[in-house]
Ligand binder design. Structure first.
Ligand code: ZN
Length: 257
């Protein structure tokens, strides 16, 4: 049987927010600011819908002052996806803007890398300031309650989860960040999430300033670039162009491939 092709959507749930340029591109333009958006992603095709990342829960979004925030549930509604019924959720990493909304998907089977999960759940270093600041203890307690449940699928390394959809272990930004390789009509695309905040990182090798392991990160860039059919099919986590440079199919929603 032919491998199905999928469409990839970027759904903005907050932004634009102003950030130091040197946060988005490590040590570059330290006197400048840039703007970023916050997104979740949806992959559709082959009779399946897979949501990538959970966005931020409403309470935390307020505490963190996320400008122009909308509940990810409402963002998904714009393309007729009911979060309460989503069956598959691939969480790329356990930073607040990607995991805090996990409880908005009560039925979903959650794919996470085991390395990522174990770090945040079990390693005391994850409770130290640089890590604590970027995660969400509420979401982490929710995840901890799923240990041993069928809903939680802890992945070791690269794994095909559907025909034409493969999770790729891509550490660097975090201990066990995963990206999602997707078969599309344009070729193999990568939903990269925060393997890069912006498109340019995949050309310059300069990642964001939120670094766990820079050596691993460079190897992850090699892996992602080797996997993608084209560098233009590698999608970052926070670039304004994810929304602005692609056809908009609903308010705040673009089709990337
Ligand atoms: Zn992020």
């Amino acid at each position: 049987m032919a491998i199905p092709t999928y469409e990839i959507y970027a759904l903005k749930y907050a932004g634009p927010l102003t950030r130091p340029a040197s946060m988005v591109n490590w040590l570059q333009d330290i006197d400048k600011n840039v703007q970023i958006n916050y997104y979740i992603f949806a992959i559709r095709g082959g009779n399946e819908t897979i949501v990538v990342d959970c966005g931020c829960a409403p309470k935390l979004a307020k505490e963190r002052n996320l400008t122009n925030y909308i509940n990810p549930v409402d963002a998904l509604k714009r393309i007729d996806i009911d979060a309460a019924k989503v069956k598959y959720l691939a969480a790329t990493h356990i930073h607040f803007d990607h995991i805090s909304g996990v409880e908005l998907f009560p039925k979903a089977t959650i794919f996470l890398q085991e390395k990522e999960f174990n770090f945040w759940m079990k390693n005391p270093i994850a409770k130290r300031a640089p890590f604590l600041h970027v995660t969400d203890p509420v979401a982490n307690r929710y995840l901890a309650r799923l240990i041993g449940k069928k809903r939680l699928r802890l992945i070791r390394g690269d794994k095909k989860i559907f025909p034409g959809i493969e999770l790729l272990l891509c550490p660097g930004h975090t201990v066990g960040l995963q990206t999602v390789a997707v078969n599309t009509v344009k070729g193999k695309a990568i939903v990269g999430s925060d393997a890069a905040h912006v498109f340019s990182s995949y050309r310059t090798d300069i990642p964001s300033a939120i670094i766990t392991d820079m050596i691993a990160w460079m190897k992850s860039y090699d892996k992602i670039r080797a996997k993608a059919s084209s560098i233009d099919l590698i999608f970052p986590g926070h670039d304004l162009a994810l929304l602005d440079a692609y056809p908009q199919v609903a308010e705040g929603v673009s089709r990337l491939a």
